[in-house]
Write a protein that binds this ligand. Structure first.
Ligand code: OAD
Ligand code: ZN
Length: 355
């Protein structure tokens, strides 16, 4: 399962030290210390439920939302929700960034998010960041489903690990968002800590120039969280949100990076958790609960099933149509029409979205 040697990852990052560094971002050692065998062979729509308990299913989750028995929904997402927009995730073997980044001559893939390597050679990071230039990619049906959840007054908070900004681009307001690993929207000088304007940052990055502080010439870094760095203060909102949540959705994440991963355990034990992901991951594999539902497979496909069960298909299509018209006024052009068709189909592949 590991895409790179564990020896490349400093021993400090082991799971056992998590408590001591609760606000600092550490990767989980892939495959280290736990197994997913308890759900081995799980297929789509796997519900929890022990002996004599009714298996909890996707339609039960939909029913709870429809009847408003659940109306404080907390959502946790990762790179898997952006792959349908054409952005690789990190850990999918062969296609994730940690496989592709081998071409950047890194000592090991996660070095791309390590300060020590960044100071040694910032170029690989900026080459990576350049691909995520705002506007290069567009939200997909999963992002718009989350926006719909907000519009229906059901979204308590969306916790994202993504730095692509697609949650904001889909129209989810800042007040509902926690960008746990920061964002590329702003940057700071690594030497004097002065803010560096986002426009200047991108102007440099797009011409392959390392952005430097005009005052002290220090290298500027976007305000994303590197391994070992503290998470943004907003992450503290989880202390209030998770105990209040009455439903947890986990979409498109391997739950390999702490402290984000542990949030999946922070809801009350009676609260249903729905994982929509290609793989069974994290605590849903290790410590499944009676009201867990696991929808394995493509995230857009899983979201589409949920949307159908909720009876929201028309609402979602209307929202997407409205937004694509707004965000991409070229929707009348051939390119725009293809894009719109792909979005409305809800089964879009990256090809539709990266035209
Ligand atoms: P990962 O790449 O670790 O995990 C993505 C998960 O989504 C995997 O389980 C994939 O199988 C799944 N997946 C991918 N595409 C999917 C699709 N179309 N449908 C369903 N599932 C899909 O990404 P994260 O969990 O986000 O740091 O990684 C966490 C952090 O690791 C990231 O925030 C990143 C990295 O260090 C930064 O960007 C700063
Ligand atoms: Zn400076």
């Amino acid at each position: 399962m590991a895409l790179f040697p564990c020896s490349a990852v400093p021993a400090l990052r082991f799971w056992g030290l998590r408590g001591a560094r609760a606000w600092t971002r550490w990767p989980r050692i892939p495959g280290g210390g736990w197994s997913v065998s308890c759900f081995a062979g799980a297929s789509s729509d796997t519900g929890g439920g022990g002996h004599g308990q009714k298996k909890f299913l996707l339609q039960d989750i939909a029913e709870l939302i429809k009847t408003r028995a659940c109306q404080r929904v907390v959502v946790m997402v990762g790179a898997g929700i952006s792959t349908p927009s054409g952005i690789p995730d990190f850990r999918s073997p062969g296609v994730g960034y940690y496989s592709i980044l081998q071409q950047y001559k890194l000592p090991y893939p996660e070095a791309i998010f390590e300060l020590s390597f960044f100071f040694h050679d910032p170029k690989p990071f900026f080459t990576f960041a350049k691909k995520l230039y705002p506007g290069n990619y567009r939200p997909n049906a999963t992002h718009y489903f989350l926006r719909l959840l907000h519009e229906k007054g059901l979204l308590l908070r969306l916790y994202t690990q993504n730095i692509d900004g697609l949650e904001r681009a889909s129209g989810i307001p800042d007040s509902k968002l926690v960008e746990a690993h920061g964002s590329l929207a702003s940057a700071t000088c690594t030497t004097c800590r002065r803010p560096y304007p986002g426009e200047d940052f991108w102007a440099d990055v797009m011409v392959d120039r390392v952005p430097r502080c005009p005052v002290c010439s220090g290298v500027t870094k976007p305000d994303i969280v590197f391994f070992g760095e503290p998470l943004p203060a907003r992450f503290l909102l989880h202390l209030a949100d998770f105990p209040m949540a009455d439903l947890l959705l986990i979409l498109g994440t391997s739950l390999e990076v702490e402290p984000f991963a542990s949030l999946s355990d922070a809801v009350r034990s009676s609260v249903p958790r729905l994982l929509i992901n290609r793989d069974l991951v994290g605590s849903l594999a290790r410590n499944p609960r009676g009201r867990d539902v696991v929808q394995l497979g493509d995230v857009v496909h899983g979201v589409k099933r949920l949307v159908e069960l909720l009876g929201w298909t028309d609402d979602l299509q209307d929202l997407i149509q409205r937004e694509t018209g707004k965000v991409w006024p070229a929707a009348q052009s051939q390119e725009g029409s293809l894009l719109l068709r792909g979005l409305l189909d809800l089964e879009q592949s990256p090809v539709w979205l990266t035209l």
